[in-house]
Design a binder for this molecule. Structure first.
Ligand SMILES: [Zn+2]
Length: 463
């Protein structure tokens, strides 16, 4: 184990799934024609006044409650001043000293216990518009011949969740992020899809000697939108910082970009301090004072959260599968099948590997799964079960061929046709079993029961 300890904190941004923008009535619509969803408020015309979106405030409180946060009795919107072409007001409306949701935590279940990640705050702000660099390399400002701004995104309600620097490996950070994402999605407050840009994360990384108190300068990696790259960027940052500290070089607190091609981080710009933004309370908006009844109603709307479900499913399928099922949102389907009598582990595997299905088909699918039908019939049943109601009887007739007297001649023919592979297998290369099974499945047009074929092939080859 290295004597350096990584210290990682995350700032996660999620676009809220409201119908309209944060401070105006413009619709939010992914993929709409550029600049078709704008008005004087989100285009920052002089004199236009913001009106907060009540639904966005409710969504933020709901997430705050799921993260065990203290909900502010009085939250204040603040102006964060900076210049950027996609920010026509010259400031972003955010929350600074008095965020809606105060300290909280997310308890992340692990194989041998749990990791508690502190939540510093969760607040509400508006997103900037989107700058598109045209010409030159895709999406890059370097070499572009023009930069265009799409104001449709400007004013989208954005939830920002800031964690404590409580994570100590890329793996831990990803586990936290996956669980947080699943929690956000299940609360129905955001689709939180990285590919669509509705979930982004800034990653703060520093390292220190094990046992050392306090923190060394950190690097901030902005706007990450892929789990894979977040993991790699953290590893690269740790590697580069450890090398610098050991070489006696100064590690400067700064914003960095991760270059996936070279797997290295390069300085983006030196870090602004909060002072640079000259935050001050937004004079056009009154403080938000959520009534206690509202907070309690929202608390009542929380269902069993993902972390709790992982713990509940763990004794049934083991930690790894429980974690995977819940983090991908597949546990509901597994529960439906298990409730119809399918063995839990089998139900979990089916839920992970087969597509989604309508809940009313759970009974029929369970009957088909337990009847051991052909793979083809199973494929057809699941495909149909995704869109409409299915009848188990339509598939049960296609029972898998498990009759030994029918299978043995096929197996003998396959072995006779492949003497070299048979010799190799008998010489110790048992991985070839799959090859023989595959040939038998092919000969029977996929109708054979693979479990029976497996056993029979193994027996024949042992003779
Ligand atoms: Zn607008």
């Amino acid at each position: 184990m290295s004597d350096w300890e990584p210290v990682i904190g995350l700032e996660v941004h999620a676009h809220l799934k409201t119908r309209t923008k944060m401070f105006c009535r413009c619709a939010l619509e992914y993929g709409a024609h550029e600049n078709s969803l704008t008005c004087p408020v989100c285009l920052a015309h002089p004199g236009a006044l913001p009106v907060p979106n009540g639904r966005a405030i409710e969504y933020t409180i709901k997430l705050g409650l799921a993260l065990d946060c203290a909900i502010a009795e009085r939250a204040i919107f603040a102006r964060k001043n900076y210049f950027y072409p996609d920010l026509p007001k010259g400031y972003q409306i955010s929350q600074y000293e008095a965020p809606l949701c105060g300290p909280g935590k997310l308890v992340v279940p692990t194989e041998d216990g749990e990791e508690v990640v502190g939540i510093v705050r969760a607040h509400l702000e508006e997103d900037a518009a989107k700058t598109v660099h045209a010409g030159g390399a895709t999406g890059r400002s370097v070499g572009a011949t023009a930069s265009l701004v799409d104001f449709n995104r400007g004013g989208t309600p954005l939830l920002e969740i800031v964690s404590e620097p409580d994570m100590h490996s890329g793996e831990e950070a990803l586990r936290f992020l996956r669980l947080l994402r699943q929690t956000i999605v299940e609360l129905g407050v955001s689709d939180a899809e990285m590919e669509k840009g509705t979930l982004r994360a800034d990653v703060n990384v520093s390292v220190r000697k094990r046992g050392e108190e306090g923190f060394r300068p950190r690097w901030e990696i902005k706007n990450m939108n892929s789990f894979t790259f977040i993991g790699r960027a953290i590893e690269a940052a740790v590697r580069q910082q450890v090398a610098a500290h050991e070489a006696g070089e100064e590690v400067v607190q700064s914003t960095y970009d991760y270059d996936a091609d070279t797997d290295r981080l390069t300085v983006h710009r030196s870090k602004e301090e909060a002072d640079d933004y000259r935050y001050f309370p937004e004079p056009d908006l009154v403080p938000v004072e959520p009534p206690a009844e509202l907070v309690e109603r929202l608390r009542g709307e929380l269902h069993e959260l993902p972390a709790a479900r992982i713990r509940r499913l763990e004794p049934l399928v083991g930690f790894a599968l429980a974690n995977e099922l819940v983090s991908t949102g597949n546990d509901r389907n597994a529960e439906l099948l298990a409730a119809e009598g399918v063995d839990w582990r089998a139900a979990a595997n089916v839920a992970m590997n087969r597509g989604d299905f309508l809940p009313e088909n759970a009974g029929a699918l369970a009957a088909i799964l337990q009847a051991n039908v052909t793979r083809e019939a199973l494929d057809q049943a699941f495909a149909a079960a995704a869109t409409g109601r299915i009848d188990a009887n339509d598939y049960l007739a296609q029972a898998a061929l498990g009759d030994e007297s029918e299978l043995v001649p096929v197996i003998e023919a396959v072995l006779a046709a492949n003497p070299e592979q048979v010799a190799t297998y008998r010489g110790g290369k048992e991985g070839l079993l799959g090859f023989f099974v595959g040939q038998v499945m092919k000969e029977t047009q996929g109708k054979a029961d693979p479990k029976v074929v497996n056993r029979l092939v193994r027996e024949k080859l042992a003779q």
